[in-house]
Design a protein around this ligand. Structure first.
Ligand code: 5AD
Ligand code: SF4
Length: 440
C-alpha cells in the first residue's frame, strides 16, 4: 500500500544527503514523499546538534507533531514518528524519556537499518532505539542513489577525529571513515547516468578522505573528472590540516574542479586557534591560501568563523578581522560561540559575555557582507558558466549556480537555455540575493 514519508532536515549538507538516502531506503517499503507532515504516514526529523538550542527545537517540533499523530490515530490511522541525526545520537535516551510517543530514534550511522526498525515499530508497541556505531558501514547496504535534478551530493567521508574543543561532531558522527574509491565512483557513474552534471563530494572532513592503497582526495577528483557527464566537481567541508599537495595541484590541473573552496578557519588568532585545537596557526592558513591561489588564480574562498570563543580578547578578535581583510572571502558562515555539553571548551573558565560575542559577530558579519557584495559587483560584465538547475521564482526564468555558488537567474526564451544544462552567461546585474545574466 502506498505510504507517504515526510523528512524534515536541519543543519548541514551531510544531513540533506542523509535525508535523501533515508527516503531511498524506505522507497522499497512503498513510501513516497509527502509535501508536509499533515499528510504523512511517517515523519522523520533529521536533526543537527552543532549549535545552541538544537535539542529544544527538536522537542518543540515533536510537540507539534504529537498533535498530528494523535489526530491521525483518532481517525483510525497511524503516523510513525522518527528522530534521526546528531541530536538523536547524542540524546537518544532523553528523547524517548521526554517524548515517549516517538517510535524510532536512530543515529546517523544506522539508517540502512530503517526498514527493520519500521517493521518493528509497526508490529509492536514500544520505541526502537538504534544509535550504535555498527561495524558494517551503512553505505554497503544502501540502494542506488536516486538523483533529483542536475546537481547532487555524494557522501564520501564521515566522522571526525580532529576534536576541535568547541565541536560535538566527533562525538555524534564518530571516528573518520572513508568509503572506498570504487563505491564512490560507482555512485558517481549512477548519478551521471541519471543526468547529474555537478557532484559535490561531502564529508565532515572531506579532504581527510583516504583509500587503502594511497589514494587521497586529489586522485579521487581526477578519477571523477574522467566520468562522462560529470562536468563540475566540488567538495566540502575541508580542514586546512588535510589540504595535501596533490589536492592543491588538482585545483590547477582539473578544469572540472570548481574554483570555489569552503575552508573554515574559525579564528585569526594563534592563541584561540590553539585553544580550539585546530592544529594549525594563522600563518599556516595564510600560506595555504597563497598556495591554492597560485594553483588556481580564480579561486574564491568561503569560511566559517566563531566569535567569542572562551578567552577571546579584543586583540584576538582584531586578528580575526585582520585575517578576513587579508584573505577576502566571498561567502561565509559566522556564529557566536555556543557551549556544547560534553565538549572541552564548554568547561573553560573564561567564557565571553553574550553581549560581547554578539557585538563581535555583528562587526565581523558587516565586514564579511561588504566582501561578498564587492565580489558580486566584480562579477558584473564577466562571463560565467552557470548550471541551470531550477525554474526561477518568476515565470519565464531559470535559476542556476555560478562556479562560485552564486544564484544566477536568466530569462528563458533563448534556445541555448535549458533546465539542467550549463549555459554561458554574461552577468548584467547584482540583486540582493542573486545575480542576473543574459546568454553570452
Ligand atoms: N559554537 C559555535 N559555532 C560552532 N560551530 C561548531 N560548533 C560550534 C559551537 N559550539 C560552527 C563551526 C563549524 C560550523 C559547521 O559550525 O564554525 O565550522
Ligand atoms: Fe568539528 Fe573540528 Fe571536526 Fe570540523 S574539524 S567537524 S569543527 S571537530
Amino acid at each position: 500500500m502506498a505510504k507517504r514519508l515526510f523528512v524534515k532536515t536541519y543543519g548541514c549538507q551531510m544531513n540533506v544527503y542523509d535525508s535523501a538516502r533515508m527516503a531511498d531506503v524506505l522507497a522499497p517499503l512503498g513510501y513516497t514523499s509527502a509535501d508536509g507532515a499533515e499528510d504523512a504516514d511517517m515523519v522523520i526529523l533529521n536533526t543537527c546538534h552543532i549549535r545552541e538550542k538544537a535539542a529544544e527545537k527538536v522537542f518543540s517540533e515533536l510537540g507539534r507533531l504529537r498533535k498530528l499523530q494523535a489526530a491521525k490515530a483518532e481517525s483510525g490511522g497511524r503516523m510513525i514518528l522518527a528522530v534521526a541525526g546528531c541530536v538523536a545520537q547524542a540524546e537518544g535516551e532523553e528523547i524517548l524519556r521526554r517524548a515517549p510517543f516517538v517510535d524510532i530514534v536512530l543515529g546517523p550511522q544506522t539508517y540502512h537499518r530503517l526498514p527493520e526498525m519500521v517493521a518493528r515499530a509497526s508490529r509492536a508497541g514500544g520505541a526502537v532505539l538504534d544509535t550504535e556505531f555498527p561495524l558494517e558501514p551503512k553505505f554497503d547496504f544502501l540502494p542506488e542513489t536516486r538523483a533529483e535534478g542536475s546537481s547532487a551530493f555524494l557522501s564520501v567521508q564521515e566522522g571526525c577525529d580532529k576534536f576541535c574543543t568547541f565541536c560535538v561532531v566527533p562525538y555524534t558522527r564518530g571516528a573518520e571513515y572513508s568509503r572506498s574509491a570504487a563505491a564512490v565512483l560507482a555512485e558517481a557513474r549512477g548519478l551521471a547516468a541519471q543526468g547529474v552534471r555537478e557532484i559535490t563530494l561531502l564529508g565532515q572532513n572531506v579532504n581527510g578522505w583516504r583509500h587503502d592503497d594511497g589514494w587521497t582526495l586529489g586522485r579521487l577528483i581526477r578519477a571523477l573528472a574522467e566520468i562522462d557527464g560529470v562536468e563540475r566537481i566540488r567538495y566540502t567541508t575541508s580542514h586546512p590540516r588535510d589540504m595535501d599537495d596533490d589536492l592543491i595541484a588538482a585545483h590547477a590541473e582539473v578544469p572540472r574542479l570548481m574554483p570555489f573552496l569552503h575552508l573554515p578557519v574559525q579564528s585569526g588568532s594563534d592563541r584561540i586557534l590553539q585553544a580550539m585545537n585546530r592544529g594549525h596557526d594563522r600563518a599556516a592558513y595564510l600560506r595555504l591560501v597563497d598556495r591554492l591561489k597560485q594553483a588556481q588564480p580564480d579561486l574564491a574562498l568561503s569560511s566559517d568563523f566563531i566569535t567569542g570563543f572562551p578567552g577571546e580578547t579584543d586583540s584576538d578578535f582584531e586578528d580575526t578581522m585582520d585575517l578576513v581583510r587579508r584573505v577576502g572571502f566571498v561567502q561565509t558562515y559566522s556564529f557566536k560561540y555556543s557551549p556544547r555539553p560534553g565538549t572541552p571548551a564548554a568547561l573553560m573558565p573564561n567564557q565571553v559575555p553574550e553581549a560581547v560575542k554578539e557585538e563581535r559577530l555583528a562587526q565581523l558579519q558587516a565586514l564579511l557582507l561588504r566582501q561578498t557584495e564587492a565580489f558580486n559587483q566584480s562579477c558584473v560584465g564577466r562571463e560565467m558558466r552557470v548550471l541551470l538547475d531550477r525554474p526561477g521564482r518568476h515565470q519565464g526564468q531559470l535559476l542556476g549556480r555560478s562556479p562560485y555558488m552564486q544564484p544566477v537567474h536568466v530569462r528563458m526564451g533563448d534556445s541555448s537555455l535549458a533546465l539542467g544544462g550549463i549555459a554561458r552567461l554574461r552577468i548584467t546585474r547584482v540583486h540582493p540575493n542573486s545575480l542576473e545574466g543574459i546568454p553570452a
